[in-house]
Design a protein around this ligand. Structure first.
Ligand code: CDP
Ligand code: MG
Length: 133
């Protein structure tokens, strides 16, 4: 069965939206097989968002993502990588359709509540990075 790395970002935790977001994942039929709360270190974040390191908004992402705990999860299911990306909605909040997590709960592109791996290779690397397995 396919697995993906999902992370509820600090705004999801601070806004008390963990339960609602987890319900959407479970209601869809995906299974949460591991979970932990932790605060990202700058080093973990720089590795995780290496593809964004040269962007002008990178410092904003760093201060936001290290501002409080996140909930990291391994989520399992058939085609869960693409399925979770669909449930999450587009990165930019104005492009995220209503009915998606970002479309319904976010009105800021940086503080967009949730991370989900975008491909099989990144899912494997992110599960290893954050869960060591
Ligand atoms: O999270 P996703 O895979 O949808 O998008 P990404 O391109 O991998 O970007 C990672 C994160 O950087 C986003 O989820 C946003 O929090 C942030 N970002 C931003 O603040 N402004 C952008 N123009 C693009 C991304
Ligand atoms: Mg991404």
């Amino acid at each position: 069965m396919q697995q993906t790395y999902i992370m509820l970002k600090p705004d999801a935790v601070k806004r008390g939206l963990m339960g609602k977001i987890i319900s959407r994942i479970e209601d869809k039929g995906f299974k949460i097989v591991d979970a932990k709360m932790f605060t990202l270190t700058q080093a973990q974040l720089e590795e995780h968002y290496a593809h964004l390191k040269d962007k002008p908004f990178f410092p904003e992402i760093v201060s936001y993502m290290t501002s409080g705990p996140v909930l990291g999860m391994i989520v399992e299911g058939a085609d869960v990588i693409a399925g979770m990306r669909k449930l999450m909605g587009a990165t930019k909040w104005l492009e995220a359709d209503a009915g998606t997590i970002r479309g319904d709960f976010a009105c800021n592109t940086t503080q967009n509540l949730i991370h989900g791996s975008d491909a099989e290779e990144t899912a494997k690397a992110e599960i290893k990075r954050f869960f060591g397995k």
